[in-house]
Design a protein around this ligand. Structure first.
Ligand SMILES: [Zn+2]
Length: 175
């Protein structure tokens, strides 16, 4: 076990497009080690959500924290999360992603979702989310199926944003 921060994969890393597999009983130790490191890496980035595929682990594991700041952390660790209901009503919110640094776009999604998951100790949980939490959970759960927020915007906007990202990453690599 290491305390080092996990490197976050950047688009177009192929792992970001793979479907993650469910966490099984045999993964318990891996997930217990991984979840706190994912939270630490997310805080350091900084970000409000991170999915295991973003750190190269193809497991259905997500961490989220919508706490106000470092004095008021509110970490959520979601093992095998699934959306079990979506509202017909939608909401548009600007999204960004640690795997597409510096890129933002308005994304339309269901305004409210009901989500089921297990905690690290196996406890079953269910919640109805709205507002930022609903957006954030849908964004992170998408990562478990290899879906990125840019898949929800027009092809024209997506291509613009991906080109901009590629250009910026190239400049960064040159530094
Ligand atoms: Zn993301």
């Amino acid at each position: 076990m290491s305390d080092a921060l996990l490197p976050i994969l950047i688009v177009p890393d192929a792992l970001l497009r793979r479907k993650a597999r469910p966490v099984a009983a045999a993964d318990a130790d891996t997930v217990r080690d991984l979840a706190p490191r994912m939270l630490a890496s997310m805080y350091a980035a900084p970000g409000i959500g991170l999915a295991a595929p973003q750190v190269g682990e193809l497991l259905r594991l997500v961490v989220v924290d919508l706490g106000k700041d470092e004095t008021e952390r509110a970490p959520m660790v979601l093992v095998n999360p699934e959306i079990v209901a979506r509202s017909a009503e939608t909401a548009i919110r600007e999204e960004g992603c640690l795997s597409l640094p510096g890129q933002y776009a308005d994304v339309e999604r269901p305004a409210r979702v009901k989500i089921r998951w297990r905690e690290l100790d196996g406890t079953k949980r269910e919640t109805e989310a709205d507002g930022l939490l609903a957006t954030c959970l849908q964004h992170e759960l998408d990562h478990l199926d290899g879906v990125l927020f840019v898949d929800h915007i027009s092809p024209l906007k997506r291509n613009m944003l991906l080109r901009k990202l590629a250009k910026e990453q190239k400049l960064k690599a040159r530094d």
